[in-house]
Design a binder for this molecule. Structure first.
Ligand code: ZN
Length: 252
């Protein structure tokens, strides 16, 4: 069933939310732009300006490692002060009502954690910038412990436990998504009764297949994103809006 009239669509969406017992959120870069986090993959984004450092290069090349850390240090200045916005709080409110079963995100900005969602219901498909992890022993520390006072001229950060390579806990170019995260995302998609996609163009595989899995397993699918997605035709609700404009509509 498609809802074309926009007022009816909003009312029908609200009613679907109220009837749901197990909602899963799926978010991409578009949810965080209102928090001042640029969409790194979009045109003019950071990856347009710089050659990415591939995972293999990070492992094997000290100079590339420094370059990577320099960029992460630059990014941390924005991330450490960014605050969750209405979009993130929308999901936090669903959680407070006891109807949010999980939140899958392609973002690495940690804003869902900052909104107050418990860590264990969040699946960070592309990892997170909130933590730094040792590639050898897995020892993990909060990012501020590494970035506060970081001086790269003294060398790249190493694990205090085993002297292995420290790396912000995000998935780099050339690095596989974690199997356990994909499994958790699949389980959530299969078991939810409503999936709400916000701010993702759903083009980065394999993450983008998750909403289709939810739909194929009987969930209602709602997509709130500025641009069209390849699966708009399969969605029950489509709102081509920025999330803050959408929130204004559902609250009015
Ligand atoms: Zn270590």
């Amino acid at each position: 069933m498609k809802h074309s009239d926009s007022n009816n669509q909003i009312e029908a969406f609200k009613s679907a939310i109220n009837k749901s017992k197990k909602i899963v959120g799926f978010t991409g870069a578009g949810i965080s732009t209102e928090s001042g986090i640029p969409d790194y993959r979009s045109k003019g984004g950071i990856w347009d300006k710089f050659q990415p450092v591939y995972f293999e290069e990070f492992i094997s090349d000290e100079g590339k490692r420094t370059l990577y850390w320099q960029r992460k240090q630059e990014l941390w200045k924005d991330l450490s002060i960014a605050l969750p916005n209405k979009g993130h709080l929308f999901f936090k409110e669903l959680y407070d009502k006891g109807i949010l079963a999980g939140l899958i995100t392609q973002n690495i900005d940690g804003l869902h954690e900052k909104s107050g969602l418990p860590k264990d219901i969040i699946v960070n498909l592309h990892g997170t910038n909130l933590e730094v992890r040792c590639l050898d022993c897995g020892f993990t520390v909060p990012s501020e412990d590494v970035f506060d006072g970081l001086d790269l001229e003294q060398g790249n950060p190493l694990c205090p436990e085993c002297k292995g390579l420290f790396k912000p806990d995000t998935i780099s170019f050339g690095q596989q998504l974690r199997g356990e995260d994909l499994d958790r995302a699949n389980d959530l998609a299969i078991s939810c009764d409503l999936m709400v996609v916000v701010g993702s163009t759903l083009v980065v595989q394999p993450a983008s297949s998750i909403p289709s899995i939810a739909k194929a397993n009987g969930a209602i699918l709602a997509i709130i994103t500025l641009s069209e997605t390849p699966i708009d035709n399969h969605a029950d609700f489509i709102f081509h809006l920025k999330m803050d404009a959408f929130i204004n509509l559902i609250q009015s």
